[in-house]
Design a protein around this ligand. Structure first.
Ligand SMILES: [Zn+2]
Length: 496
């Protein structure tokens, strides 16, 4: 009897507690305010590409093979031809803006503002492209450097990454000049030439040059994230992600050293076996996962726009964070937003099948999330490998720290978001973490905010086109990019 009463009472108390908890979850979910900018109709007219001129010019830009290859000098002649195309296509820019070349092939333009007190902004893109993987040329529906326009698309290497941005920024500024635009604040346009290589020449030098001139920018807008559709599970509407930070990079060599000798009399434990165990230990003990800005901010922006059951889940992160974090950790792309990732990519042993190696080495490529550093990663690897016969050496020449997280509450973030909603009215705007690396990271030293966003729509099937086969952009999407940049410059130039 007593036991039954006890259980009844416990059940009642538990039920009451659960009821209160559900009540809190429901109320919080209902009261969560939207962080979305209000729709404002664009003032820049739609670019109707009647004569096909703008698309044709992007096609022409694609034809110059401004390819970056690691360890090879830049394709100078191709870049110079691209510069000549820019000169011929955009006469107003070249007669009004100051132009200088930096690091031989990168370009910096300055559109002088009328108000010296207004802080300048900079639009950034890169002129170079990745090579086409040898042997895959025949899989392209149109030759990769043809710049052909067909089926409503502009085809070729660079149409998504990142000649579309280069050309759309030029088109937008040329159009604004044609309208008689005189900016209030100074506007810089910068175009690196080695973003796809190690990137030590172009954009980095432009950032250093601006620093040496004492210039502090209010905003840098680089390529990076985009308007994604169908990429965020459970969200029907497109999500426009503005990258507010990018991950750092570090290569670490893990090397086992020993005697070598003939493979007919191997020791019980070989160097490669030893090295493999070190890799396994590392995979078993990765850097810790953590849901922190900007990834946590992304959920805070998207959550109020969601419906049941995701909305109560994501608006009550105080309660559900452990579940959410666990769930995100299950997928490769979402895990990369939570953790510093580690990828063993290069393996070296002996040069011959019957020779035991005297040294065996693996290169592990780390992508460092904000909150970790190259030093904390190195320390982690040393601690986990913990083998006196194995050397762990960080490779500083390729290393970059994760970039600072730009403020999603700044007036410039609001302006970029507002402009996105003007041109992509059904999109949800949110800050995000850029998992790859781009030139924007060099500008943290000269800019209050660095945002990474390209104004086009990406769907799951487009992902493989970046650096891959059949890269192409829909012509209407490209024209909207031009409109976006023209509208953004207008909006950023309005006093706030
Ligand atoms: Zn790019």
């Amino acid at each position: 009897m007593r036991i039954a009463a006890f259980f009844r009472r416990t059940a009642a108390v538990t039920g009451l507690g659960l009821g209160i908890l559900l009540g809190i979850v429901g109320v919080r979910s209902a009261l969560t305010r939207s962080r979305q900018p209000a729709f404002v109709a664009p003032t820049v007219p739609e670019f109707v590409d009647v004569g096909g001129e703008q698309a044709a010019r992007l096609g022409q830009a694609v034809r110059f093979q401004t390819v970056s290859r690691d360890g090879s000098p830049p394709a100078t002649a191709e870049f110079l031809q691209l510069h000549e195309l820019l000169r011929q296509s955009f006469p107003l820019i070249h007669s009004t803006l100051q132009r200088e070349t930096v690091g031989d092939l990168s370009l910096l333009y300055k559109w002088e503002g009328q108000d010296p007190a207004a802080r300048p902004i900079l639009l950034l893109a890169h002129q170079d492209v990745v090579p086409v993987e040898p042997g895959t040329e025949s899989r392209w529906q149109k030759p990769p450097f043809s710049g052909e326009i067909d089926g409503g698309f502009i085809w070729g290497r660079g149409t998504l990454d990142d000649k579309c941005s280069v050309m759309a920024i030029f088109e937008a500024v040329e159009w604004l000049l044609l309208q008689g635009k005189k900016p209030r604040r100074t506007i810089y346009l910068a175009f690196g030439h080695d973003e796809e290589a190690v990137s030590v020449g172009g954009a980095l030098q432009i950032a250093e040059l601006l620093k040496s001139r004492g210039i502090q920018l209010e905003l840098v807008l680089d390529e990076g994230l985009a308007v994604t559709r169908g990429l965020m599970p459970g969200v029907q509407r497109p999500v426009a992600l503005i990258g507010v930070s990018e991950k750092g990079v570090l290569n670490v060599h893990i090397e086992a050293v020993g005697e070598g000798g003939h493979s007919s009399m191997p020791p019980k434990r070989t160097l490669i076996g030893q090295l493999s165990r070190a890799i396994t230990r590392l995979e078993d003990q990765p850097m810790p996962r953590q849901l922190r800005p900007p990834t946590s901010d992304m959920f805070d922006y998207v959550a109020p726009e969601m419906s049941w059951p995701l909305k109560p889940l994501l608006t009550n992160r105080w309660l559900f964070d452990p579940v959410l974090t666990w769930q995100l950790d299950q997928g490769n792309s979402t895990r990369a937003m939570l953790r510093t990732t580690q990828a063993p990519t290069m393996l070296q042993g002996s040069p011959k099948s019957n020779v035991l190696p005297q040294s065996a080495r693996v290169t592990v490529n780390f992508r460092i999330r904000p909150g970790d550093t190259t030093a904390s990663v190195t320390e982690h690897v040393q601690k986990v490998v913990a083998d006196e016969h194995i050397r762990v050496t960080a490779q500083p020449e390729s290393a970059t720290e994760p970039s600072p997280v730009s403020d999603p509450n700044s007036p410039t973030f609001a302006t970029v978001g507002q402009t996105i909603v003007s041109l992509f009215p059904d999109a949800i705007v949110a800050p995000g973490l850029m998992i790859g690396a781009s030139d924007g990271r060099h500008f943290a030293r000269v800019a209050d905010s660095v945002y990474r966003f390209v104004p086009f729509v990406i769907e799951p099937e487009d992902l493989a086109r970046f650096h891959g086969t059949n890269e192409r952009i829909r012509t209407t999407d490209y024209l909207r990019m031009i409109r976006f940049y023209a509208q953004l410059i207008q909006n950023l130039d309005a006093p706030h």
